[in-house]
Design a protein around this ligand. Structure first.
Ligand code: SF4
Ligand code: F3S
Length: 106
């Protein structure tokens, strides 16, 4: 499966949702997740993210392993998203900011 990692938090550009052939992205207030049981590993979304927040499970950095569970959990809870929308106005300022986990709104 593919996994949305920490750098999506407060960036949420949503380019990723447009290319997913199985529409398996789910949207929270300031983050998106991929449903691990629905993702078909096509890899189309990974290069679409302007802040490189998407990883294949095999390449998910060691310090973001908890995002496997975060994606699985929140994909069950949040609504589906299939169309791109405007990013937050301050999205660029949050690109690469460390420890954004604390800012994740569930
Ligand atoms: Fe969708 Fe493909 Fe990305 Fe999985 S890898 S979330 S199927 S675009
Ligand atoms: Fe997040 Fe990147 Fe998609 S910032 S919403 S994973 S395009």
């Amino acid at each position: 499966t593919f996994v949305v990692g920490e750098n999506c938090i407060k960036c949420k550009h949503t380019d990723c949702v447009e290319v997913c052939p199985v529409d398996c992205f789910y949207e929270g207030p300031n983050f998106l997740v991929i449903h691990p049981d629905e993702c078909i590993d096509c890899a189309l979304c990974e290069p679409e993210c302007p802040v490189n927040a998407i990883f294949s499970e095999d390449e998910l950095p060691e310090d973001q392993q908890d995002f496997l569970e975060i994606n699985a959990e929140l994909a069950e809870k949040w609504p589906n998203i299939t169309e791109m929308k405007d990013s937050p106005e301050d999205a660029e300022e949050w690109d690469g900011v460390p420890n954004k986990r604390d800012k994740l709104i569930r």
